[in-house]
Design a protein around this ligand. Sequence first.
Ligand code: ARG
Length: 566
Amino acid sequence: MIDFKEVISEKLGNNIDVLKSDEIKALIEVPPNKEMGDYAFPCFKLAKEYRKSPMAIAEEISKSIPTGEVISKVINVGGYVNFFVNKEALAKKVITQVLSEKKDYGKSNIGEGKNVLIDFSSPNIAKPFHIGHIRTTVIGNALHKIYASQGYNTVRINHLGDYGTQFGKLIVAYKLWGNKEVVESSPIKELLKLYVKFHDEAEKKPEMEDEARAWFTKLENGDEEATELWSWFREESLKEFQRVYDLLDIQFDSYAGESFYSDKMQSVIDELKEKNLLVESEGTMIVDLSDENLPPALIQKTDGSTLYLTRDLAAGFYRKKTYDFEKCLYVVGSQQELHFRQYFAVIKKMGYDWYKDMVHVPFGMVALEEGTMSTRKGRVVFLEDVLNQAIEKTREIIIEKNPEAGDIDKIAREVGVGAVVFQELSNSRIKDYTFSWERTLSFEGETGPYVQYTHARCCAVLRKANQVVTPEVNFDLISDEDSSEVLKVIETFNKSILLAMSKNEPHIVTRFALDLAQAFNKFYHNNPIVVEDDGVRNARLALVEATRQSLENALAILGINAPEKM
Ligand code: ARG
């Protein structure tokens, strides 16, 4: 297989003695427009070393590089050395590789033997699984697929919020106003009502907060009634979460949530004491982080009860011991930035350098058009409703446009859910955005259904041709501009995945899928595929199959199915 960048950096290396070959390779870019070439090497870095202008250096280098089988032309443009690759060699490389590797195209085993933990989704028990959770859930799942595709052993952890003072509140509310049958008929909606009512009432009667704290302490001490209620809330909530995970086809390797660490915090607290890191402050126990420029980390409240942070600390040690992770990612909203900085800083102060392997992967907030979402005020959009509406709408469109598509329920599910997931993965994580029903349910433009439709279009062409597609074709016949554009995108697949992995940004793979769909649709509109001429037909079909396979693989990495008909 030819790696164009490799070939180019080797040729450049023969002319540049001040950079190592991997440094050269890392500098190679793709020029903004294709008339300028397929790859470009900037000479600005060299200008200092050689005490010459970048233009002069580019001119010199471009003249001394011989062209040949892979590189067909070398020119210099404003301080860049630009390379034109042989389009036939490109076609041969891409087609041969995709058609032989199939579902493995894009994969590697660079992560073999290394554990990557992904803490994601992690909803709070007895609270709705709302649209705000979709980001952590689908970004986390995509990161799992991205790492797994490169051979890492991933561990998907759902760090359920199943512990903490809010359970005291819920117990108080349930004992005052709750009804077993009503809760069982619609657990989360009912528990949410109780939670909201608690906050309304507690505003008038602040002593209710004390009562709630007392119930949580009871729970921490293993009180029977408290434990029974708590575990019932937990079970009923999990049943609801499971329905959403089933819709999204998302699985976890561990559901060890906050409560799992209730008996694992003491040893961390003891170690903090031993290391003289735990200090008393107004009755609470804290770790001073002023030398890290952070506010103190609160470890224990006045009444001795523990906090979210205490449980994360215990989880960190448990995970390090259990999985000896290479990396532990926390896919959690940007509002928790400070929490994670404090958490990692405490581990650092304790003298462990694996704090460096823990990464907070933040994402922006989802707001509603009517304002910020608020669980306490009951202003939420349920994720399950969003997914179900997307499926419904898709079903209507398919029945109208393509009633013969086959298993309409299955397709509606794959496309409807795919639309929601793809939208979530379309932007860089950190951007806040406002949830809009209209945009989520619109299938026009740069959407998941558009990519899925392009995949189905490839399938339709292949069905129509009804012949065996092989990589033994005349590559010269797909070295024209439209074909080369498609092939050039396909060629970047593995690099896109690696980049997405290094930045923990699945949207880079989303972008790949959109670029490929666009390039392919252009090719499709300009070139008839199932033509009389055997040579042309075979070559173009090979290109269609390479596109189809690459789209399928890219969608799979995003956690989206690729139906053959829609
Ligand atoms: N349950 C938390 C929330 O909904 C997220 C937990 C994230 N994971 C963690 N280890 N802190 O905000």
